[in-house]
Design a protein around this ligand. Structure first.
Ligand code: KIV
Length: 299
């Protein structure tokens, strides 16, 4: 395991043209699937950039995947801003969306605008995302009116999962499906440039999409949406917490990471690391002079 694995790097090193809201809308119009992924730090942003995704979300899922909280609820605005700023530094062309954390936008339009402004001013986000319909619709409208693009999020909204009965699929009865549809349409009417559909039946998603003109990004919402989003740590197998059925794994990086660090630990303990090629040299006369000088100093 000491040799660096030779993993082919995709040839496309990111779209050279920055993603904009009109380009995103055009993708929907042309039926070109939109690729969105979450990122929480500089390296994951560079990965997203080099892999050529369209949209990067600094999701509050980072509360669990990188900060170790048991849910998305405890993460603060300052913590999200630190993650988003790091992502900004690693990203050039994808659209960068920052997730407004629980408790940072619900109380009033003023609170929502002030928090959204921090994501744009302090972290360099292009847009923000908020969860739910209901009162969030008015908050979305207020932020849009303040000049900041907003992405909505309906279906399973983890910030309020307790009120939804837990982390479970939404819209599985006619009544609940209607409520998802109403939320999505209200968010669109409020000016959201895009909406995330999370954990709703594919057939419900297909029907609702017929009534939505802005790009819909699905996660556990079937193939009818205009794009898909996955959580970085789920798709690469870095996070070992509960994985929903829609979280397809494209890698098992955690196992690779543990194996790498374990081998390093073994080599330190056995003395195999560091080897001569990992050390710096000094010319023999310089070393002799240094020894003599040190001896004189210490007399
Ligand atoms: O926080 C997050 O990662 C999200 C996505 C699942 C859409 O909201």
């Amino acid at each position: 395991m000491s040799a660096t694995p030779r993993i082919p790097v995709p040839q496309h090193l990111g779209d050279p043209v920055p993603m904009t809201l009109p380009r995103l809308a055009e993708k929907k119009r042309l039926g070109e699937p939109i690729v969105m992924v979450t990122a929480y730090d500089f390296p994951s942003a560079e990965v997203a950039q080099q892999a050529g995704v369209d949209v990067v979300l600094v999701g509050d899922s980072g509360a669990m995947t990188v900060l170790g909280y048991p849910s998305t609820v405890p993460v603060s605005t300052d913590e999200m801003l630190m993650l988003a700023s790091a992502v900004r530094r690693g990203l050039k062309t994808p659209l960068l969306v920052g997730d407004l954390p629980f408790g940072s936008y619900e109380a009033s339009d003023e609170q929502a605008i002030a928090t959204a402004q921090r994501f744009v001013k302090e972290a360099g986000c292009d847009a923000v995302k908020l969860e739910r319909g209901g009162t969030s619709v008015q908050r979305a409208r207020a932020i849009v009116d303040a000049g900041i693009p907003v992405m909505g999020h309906v279906g399973l909204t983890p910030q309020t999962a307790t009120a939804l009965g837990g982390y479970r699929a939404q819209g599985r009865t006619a009544h609940r499906a209607l409520s998802v549809a109403r939320d999505a349409i209200a968010l669109q009417d409020a000016g959201c440039f895009s909406i995330v559909f999370e954990a709703i039946p594919a057939a419900v998603s297909e029907v609702v999409c017929e009534h939505i003109e802005v790009p819909v990004i699905g996660i556990g919402a079937g193939p009818a949406t205009d794009g898909q989003v996955l959580v970085f740590h789920d798709l690469l197998g870095i996070y070992e917490g509960h994985a929903p059925r829609f979280a397809k794994r494209y890698g098992e990086l955690k196992a690779l990471m543990v194996a790498g660090v374990a081998e390093y630990a073994d080599e330190v303990r056995s003395g195999a690391f560091p080897a001569p090629e990992h050390t710096y040299s000094i010319d023999e006369p310089e070393l002799a002079e240094f020894r003599a000088a040190l001896d004189r100093d210490l007399q």
